[in-house]
Design a protein around this ligand. Structure first.
Ligand SMILES: NC(=O)c1ccc[n+]([C@@H]2O[C@H](COP(=O)([O-])OP(=O)(O)OC[C@H]3O[C@@H](n4cnc5c(N)ncnc54)[C@H](OP(=O)(O)O)[C@@H]3O)[C@@H](O)[C@H]2O)c1
Length: 244
């Protein structure tokens, strides 16, 4: 029998692919989304046995509390792995000199506030079992060391000129990952920030070199091979360490 996974942002490119691959291999998946009816791909996977749907808006505390109750009903013996996948890029088209403060706040609210809300609500259910894994889908764009000042082709710099709010929020989400990793360390949790690659989704665009299938199968194999010493690390979907 497989494990019980909770995945947020299950309507999106990476989210729905997590649901597909996890259910195919026999894990139980609780697919959370603001509107679970929105995605035909997701709807086709929901069977109420292996794949359950739960309405969850990560930035709305009442919605998160309600979702946690429903998840507990679906999985009364607890959950094994929480994948905080939902994320926001912020409005496109603003370079650093024209980026409104609202853009930072929007990205921060989802990528930091949403991740925190869901984690706080689901840690009690993770504590019910011994697996205790939390994966925050981060981005290499949140790495301060790898910021384009220190490398990156002119094409990439141009393609991501409007990414400042997103980068800043993902850097903050990385610190949140380390904070939860430290807080939960003595309870044998493994809390990881993971870069999924540059992936062909509505966020990643058509030019991205990695397919959702490749990204998710890579991330699942990293999660499957986890060990306690991975707590508080930042890794790619291929398991390579990323400088903070
Ligand atoms: N694609 C890439 O190249 C890439 C690279 C690095 C990191 N990432 C990260 O990977 C994760 C998944 O992104 P993606 O590429 O699959 O993008 P996507 O297709 O835009 O999916 C984003 C998902 O997040 C959900 N979401 C946003 N705000 C939410 C909220 N408040 N509550 C619940 N769900 C919310 C969206 O739901 P709705 O359908 O309701 O809007 C959607 O399902 C994100 O964290 C992103 O930052 C992606």
């Amino acid at each position: 029998m497989g494990l019980v996974y909770v995945v947020t942002g299950a309507t999106g490119g990476l989210g729905v692919e997590f649901i597909k691959q996890l259910s195919k291999r026999g894990d139980t998946v609780i697919a959370c989304a603001r509107n679970t009816e929105k995605s035909e791909e997701l709807k086709a996977l929901i069977d109420g046995k292996t794949v359950h749907a739960v309405t969850l808006d990560t930035v709305n505390v009442d919605s998160v509390k309600q979702a946690a109750k429903q998840i507990q009903q679906i999985a009364p013996e607890g959950i094994d792995v929480l994948i905080n996948n939902s994320g926001a890029y912020g409005a496109r088209g603003h370079d650093i000199m024209h980026n409104p403060a609202s853009n930072y706040i929007q990205a921060f609210e989802t990528n930091v506030g949403g991740t925190s809300n869901v984690t706080q609500a689901l840690v009690p259910l993770l504590r019910e079992r011994s697996t205790r894994v939390i994966v925050n889908i981060s981005s290499i764009m949140g790495s301060i060391d790898l910021n384009s000042v220190r490398g990156g082709s002119p094409e990439l710099k141009k393609a991501f000129a409007d990414s400042t709010a997103y980068r800043v929020s993902k850097t903050a989400e990385n610190m949140l990952t380390r904070e939860f990793a430290a807080y939960l360390d003595e309870e044998d949790f493994v809390v990881i920030a993971m870069h999924p690659g540059w992936v062909q989704t509505s966020m990643g665009g058509d030019q991205a070199p990695t397919t959702p299938e490749q990204s998710i199968s890579g991330m699942l194999s990293v999660i499957d091979k986890r060990s306690k010493d991975m707590n508080g690390t930042f890794v790619t979907f291929e398991g390579e360490s990323i400088p903070w």
